[in-house]
Design a binder for this molecule. Structure first.
Ligand code: GNR
Ligand code: NI
Length: 167
């Protein structure tokens, strides 16, 4: 297992659209294990492969209290989206920034598991938010892109300042 470096907004690589996984194999399973370790260590409740500069449609999520329910989504596709909720979001690629984003309240998602088997899941609440946040990453979108242009500019400035202090 290995910890993977997480790209920081506004890194242009966060805008890449991830490719479908054509075969779920040992290299996929190794990447998922490394992504899970990276997510838990951060700590975060989700991580998309895009954030570790791997542009494949792979997501890990664990919204459980005790971090005991790892979920893996390969080639996730949103189906039915219902209702709306507004929640405070954060992102491991935009550390220290939190803001409200409107999302569907309930979603259905189809995906492959680590054996390449197809599944369908219906989710609501925080899990539904996280699924939408992670699928956004696979499509090159960060939660900041849902905010006003003024807020986006402020966040970019803050990230640049932060990067100077950290360097
Ligand atoms: O750890 C995370 N917390 C979070 C909180 C509210 C809405 C979405 C998230 S996802 C985020 C981890 C992350 O950046 N995933 O891409
Ligand atoms: Ni994120």
């Amino acid at each position: 297992m290995a910890l993977l470096p997480i790209l920081r907004f506004p890194d242009p690589r966060l805008k890449k659209v991830a490719a479908l996984v054509t075969k779920v194999d040992d290299s996929t399973r190794k990447l998922v294990a490394d992504m899970a370790e990276t997510m838990y260590e951060a700590p975060g409740i989700g991580l998309a492969a895009t954030q570790v500069d791997v542009h494949k449609r792979i997501v890990v999520i664990d919204v459980s209290e005790d971090k005991s329910e790892l979920r893996v989504f390969i080639n996730p596709t949103l189906g039915r989206c219902e209702g709306s909720q507004i929640g405070e979001e954060g992102c491991l690629s935009v550390p220290g920034i939190y803001d409200k984003v409107e999302r569907a309240e309930r979603v259905s998602v189809t995906y492959l598991d680590l054996d390449g088997k197809q599944h369908m899941l219906e989710a609501e609440g925080l899990l539904a938010v996280c699924i939408q946040h992670e699928i956004d990453h696979l499509n090159g979108t960060v939660f900041v892109d849902h905010l006003s242009l003024l807020k986006q500019t402020r966040i970019k400035n803050k990230m640049a300042k932060q990067a100077r202090v950290t360097a």
